[in-house]
Design a protein around this ligand. Sequence first.
Ligand SMILES: Cc1cc2nc3c(=O)[nH]c(=O)nc-3n(C[C@H](O)[C@H](O)[C@H](O)COP(=O)(O)OP(=O)(O)OC[C@H]3O[C@@H](n4cnc5c(N)ncnc54)[C@H](O)[C@@H]3O)c2cc1C
Length: 429
Amino acid sequence: MTWQNWAGTVSAEPARRYWPRTASAIADAVKDAAAAGLTVRALGSGHSFTPTAATSGAALDLSNWTGVVSADATSGLVTVRSGTTIRALNAALDSLGLAMPNLGDIDAQTISGAISTGTHGTGARIGGLATFVAALELVLADGSAVTCSEAERPDLFAAARVGLGALGVISTVTLRCVPSFTLAADERPLPLAEVTARFGEFATDNDHFEFYWFPYGRKALVKRNNRNAVAPPMAAWRRFWEYEVMENAAFGALCRTGRAAPRLIEPLGRLAAATLPKRSYSAPSHQIFVTPRRVRFVESEYAVPRESVLDVLAELRAGVSRLSSPVMFPVEVRVAAADDVWLSTAYGRDTAYIAIHQYTGLPYQEYFRLLASIAASAGGRPHWGKMHTLDAARFAELYPRFADFLRVRDEMDPEGRFSNPYLEQILGR
Ligand SMILES: Cc1cc2nc3c(=O)[nH]c(=O)nc-3n(C[C@H](O)[C@H](O)[C@H](O)COP(=O)(O)OP(=O)(O)OC[C@H]3O[C@@H](n4cnc5c(N)ncnc54)[C@H](O)[C@@H]3O)c2cc1C
């Protein structure tokens, strides 16, 4: 049975598939695949744009290995099975009076897929999802199980939180959650010139700040989400109208028009920028962090030192006007605090993320090459789950602890049981 990712950019024909329902079934699957001489990849929800989960060996589908194992509302420590989606996690945390401190844009990913590729949201004082991990349980290449945390096997813990599935199969993830909280969202269009002039202020004055800019438009959609702010709730019909009808159905129609008639893309981009919504409302945190994304696209994203992002954006803006094929989707800029996870894109530096997208079926290669070359001179680290062409030699320059990661990988998986061609590209053989 063919496996395909969400964006439709990667497909694979695994020789075998396993659907483990217990931790020992995960170990049995790894041993069984090893006995057959097959490599092993765990499957998340397939939301990576890179071929990180793809395998022609054994695929471990963890969709039957879900749910909460244990939860302590006082400490906020919650252990979940690795195939749990973020959507299911949020629902389970809701009923416990707990929440994830921060989330990305969507909730379709599995928790283990999300942390393994360094999935992040936005917030200058907060890190990505892997920074909320308190402990991991992994099944190693020989089928044995290990636990790691700050106190137990700290090197494995530093490597495995953003581990790319290279060290073993994560069986459970223990998360440091927080009491559930409400966020007040303020979303409004502002002139791009004002957003860039006030970027530092917006990043530091808000718990969660990001902006979207449609190439060819003059305005950006600025999103500021805060805990200690007040706003009315949004009626369900309005939420449906704004997010489902306008941001998905109407935007999807705009994209299809642009794909059918590319000469219209620039005016459509200007139209989209001129009609950006203004709204202010409050809701449980995960309902603010997460929005439905039904229009398919491809994406590339780089983490750069925060002080470089405006230069990167300025160069990108200048370059976009020279592209031979126009761009239909907005550029997204987010921020994150420095962290200590070896392969986290925010390792050791306060970070800004610049993400570019293109509607599925439209040319994107020249555009993605443009950002790659601009980000390279700023020391840009690509998101592990989003399109890029960098290799192990470059990552050795970009990540101070890259050699340590490889050392731990070689100890945990000396035969390359958990490898695939993408991992060979990014980690070397
Ligand atoms: C519409 C959309 C929106 C997105 N929004 C964001 C965003 O806001 N922020 C952001 O940072 N990223 C975002 N992403 C990227 C996405 O979060 C990552 O690519 C993430 O890895 C996808 O999770 P998944 O469950 O689909 O994992 P997959 O893509 O299926 O797998 C990712 C990797 O994790 C490994 N893996 C999965 N499970 C395990 C396990 N149990 N043990 C070991 N390894 C495992 C896989 O082998 C693979 O290497 C988005 C992607 C899409 C398509």
